[in-house]
Design a protein around this ligand. Structure first.
Ligand code: MG
Length: 368
């Protein structure tokens, strides 16, 4: 089988809540996603989606996905999409870094492999390891009272795990954490995610002030070294996200005992091939994961679901149903949240049918 063409569309994903805000005054109101289709001479077509969290969250931005795809696509025409190792080696030889631009290509090739073998990706990624995937809800940064109200509202919809967007003013963040913990029962999970927004001094104040609460602390500071420093000062479960970008950064953090949990974002590490490696290393090291992505719609949600479904529940700390945050359906067959949980599609490959007829004209087409 050979790749004959790559087509990409730009897709706007408006938010149900209108705005998503996190540390340092950052926010997004309409997400800018890229959906790709990789066609083959066997008549199979695979799809992938990448949606950075704006341009100020990671070294990734929406137009960068498209620029990377334009550079990578010509190098992939004629390759066998079911040879995931060769696909990834060719991408890495063509473009240094920019893992997020490679992710939708890797995912689309996995989709083709699944269709060619007649198996869902959850099977190819290790086999079903849990029945239902427990989801968390991200709570956009607002006042402590507004955030506590959102937690209570989403709890009524069935969520039991919540991730607060903090990383703002330290005193207000302390109030946010207390207010949201107060509306939860024992056994329900609260994560305070600073998204790199605190200085060491601010983080030190927050972890001291919430030391008696049942709360996880996520990525308090920008640098790895500053995060490790805060990790040493708190007994609370500690999550690393932005600084875990690949297997090498994970291995370093494991050697340093730098965290208890990681946040594994599939596009951040370059797609399912590399995410699977990191997932398996974490299982060996007894590190649970939140399995998710930077953002996305139905195709990203299906991709997350396959990796999460093939991860034992004790290692799947949570996952994200991004398609319930937006107002737009971009694929049929994607997982739909029920009672705070989702299940991966069972059809071959990703098991979704992107609604490409609703995407408008492609922004990129390479090959015939
Ligand atoms: Mg995070």
């Amino acid at each position: 089988m050979k790749i004959t063409s790559l087509t990409a569309w730009q897709v706007d994903l408006p938010l149900r809540e209108g705005r998503y805000a996190w540390s340092n005054g950052n926010f997004v109101e309409v997400f800018d996603a890229t959906v790709i289709a990789i066609a083959t001479d066997a008549g199979l077509t695979g799809h992938g989606e990448c949606c950075p969290l704006g341009a100020a969250y990671l070294p990734a931005y929406p137009a960068g996905v498209r620029a990377g795809l334009a550079l990578l696509a010509p190098a992939l025409i004629g390759l066998d999409p079911t040879n995931l190792g060769e696909i990834n080696r060719r991408m890495d030889a063509t473009l240094k870094g920019h893992a997020y631009a490679k992710a939708p290509i890797d995912i689309a090739c996995w989709d083709i492999l699944g269709q060619a073998s007649g198996l869902p990706l959850s099977t190819l990624l290790g086999g079903r390891a849990q029945e239902e995937i427990v989801l968390y809800r991200a709570i956009s940064q607002e006042s402590p009272a507004q955030m506590a109200e959102k937690v209570a509202g989403y709890r009524a919809e069935g969520y039991r795990r919540f991730q607060l967007k903090v990383g703002g003013d330290a005193d207000e963040d302390i109030a946010r954490i207390h207010a949201c913990r107060a509306v939860l029962d024992a056994g329900e999970t609260l994560v305070a995610d600073a998204n790199t927004g605190w200085t060491r001094a601010e983080a030190a104040r927050v972890v001291a002030a919430v030391g008696a609460l049942d709360v996880h602390i996520e990525q308090p500071c920008a640098s790895y070294e500053a995060c490790v420093s805060i990790r040493r000062r708190t007994a609370r479960p500690f999550v690393l996200d932005e600084v875990i970008t690949d297997a090498a950064s994970l291995l370093r953090a494991l050697a340093d005992d730098a965290m208890d949990i990681i946040n594994l974002k599939i596009s951040k590490v370059g797609g399912l091939s590399k995410a699977r490696l990191i997932r398996d290393l974490c299982i060996e090291a007894a590190i649970p994961m939140t399995i998710e992505d930077t953002w996305g719609g139905d195709i990203v949600t299906a991709t997350i679901a396959h990796l999460a479904q093939s991860t034992p529940d004790e290692f799947c700390f949570s996952a994200t149903d991004f398609n319930s945050y937006g107002t737009r359906t971009i694929a049929e067959g994607a997982p739909r949240r029920r009672n705070g949980r989702m299940v991966a599609p069972t059809l071959p490959g990703l098991g979704v049918r992107p609604l490409v007829e609703t995407f408008g004209a492609p922004v990129l087409r390479v090959g015939g």
